[in-house]
Design a protein around this ligand. Structure first.
Ligand code: KIV
Length: 263
């Protein structure tokens, strides 16, 4: 049976950790859900790990649509989330709806978009019209040029307060899930306690409702620089199947991420 957003929200409510990995093709989709991963994200990280770009900015809507179609063919059970590429949602809510609808038609069950307060009207517009939205706060890679690099966010009191407020506002606007990237673990814990969730952390400590990693990072395939929050699961796992199963086991047991992967 297909995992639904309602089921994921129930898991968050009951304290059962949610696992998420990025996924870009049918074979991995089948393997990942077979290993127990509940949610698959067709992340715009494909710009880095598949296309070889230095950032996610060159990713196009057609790329996410194509890879979502591939994942949807391979995943019979997992909840599928398609990332909205740079430039496809910083437009009018109507144009954003058209772009998000392409991703939904490709097989996604939810779209993800980066940003807080400036996105509220758009989140409301999409969710009112049947498109579930996952927010993304903290380190938002599409804003790398604005942020001056890939840096931990929310260390200053004023930034932490803004992120907490934006998480609550996103949820009020209809967001059904929020990714928290590269923020202090204590702040992610505070946000997680203040929203219904689920919150899905990446470099946000162990107290989020779930955890996500970029597949090519945790399998140690990506040749680029690794963030502190990445754990290489191939080393202990030995095979891809075992690596993914170990990730699932550690997230469920709340032993990943450890302090060494958190800020
Ligand atoms: O694009 C992506 O893979 C992401 C995750 C890092 C959350 O947004």
């Amino acid at each position: 049976m297909r995992i639904t957003l309602t089921a994921l929200q129930k898991m968050a409510h009951e304290g059962n950790r949610i696992t998420q990995l990025t996924c870009y093709d049918a074979s991995f989709a089948s393997l990942l859900e077979g290993a127990g991963v509940e949610t698959l994200l067709i992340g715009d990280s494909l710009g880095n790990v598949l296309q070889g770009h230095e950032s996610t900015l060159p990713v196009r809507l057609r790329d996410i649509v194509y890879h979502t179609e591939c994942v949807a063919r391979g995943a019979k059970r997992a909840f599928i989330i398609g990332d909205m590429p740079f430039g496809t949602f910083q437009v009018s809510p109507q144009d954003t709806f058209r772009n998000a609808a392409e991703i939904m038609a490709a097989g996604a069950h939810m779209v993800k978009l980066e940003g807080g307060r400036p996105m509220l009207e758009t989140v409301r517009f999409l969710t009112d019209r049947g498109i579930p939205v996952c927010g993304h706060l903290g380190l938002t890679p599409q804003s790398v040029n604005q942020m001056g690099g890939y840096k931990v966010q929310g260390r200053q009191q004023s930034d932490a307060e803004r992120l907490l407020e934006e998480a609550q506002l996103l949820e009020e606007a209809g967001a059904g899930m929020i990714v928290l990237e590269a923020i202090p673990a204590a702040l992610a814990k505070q946000i997680t306690a203040a929203v219904r969730g689920p919150t899905i952390g990446i470099g946000a400590g162990v107290d989020c409702h779930g955890q996500v990693l970029v597949l090519h990072d945790m399998l140690d395939i990506y040749p680029g620089k690794k963030a502190k929050f990445v754990k290489n699961y191939m080393r202990p796992g030995g095979t891809i199947q075992a690596a993914v199963e170990l990730f699932v086991k550690e997230v469920k047991a709340k032993t990943f991420p450890g302090p060494e992967h958190s800020f």
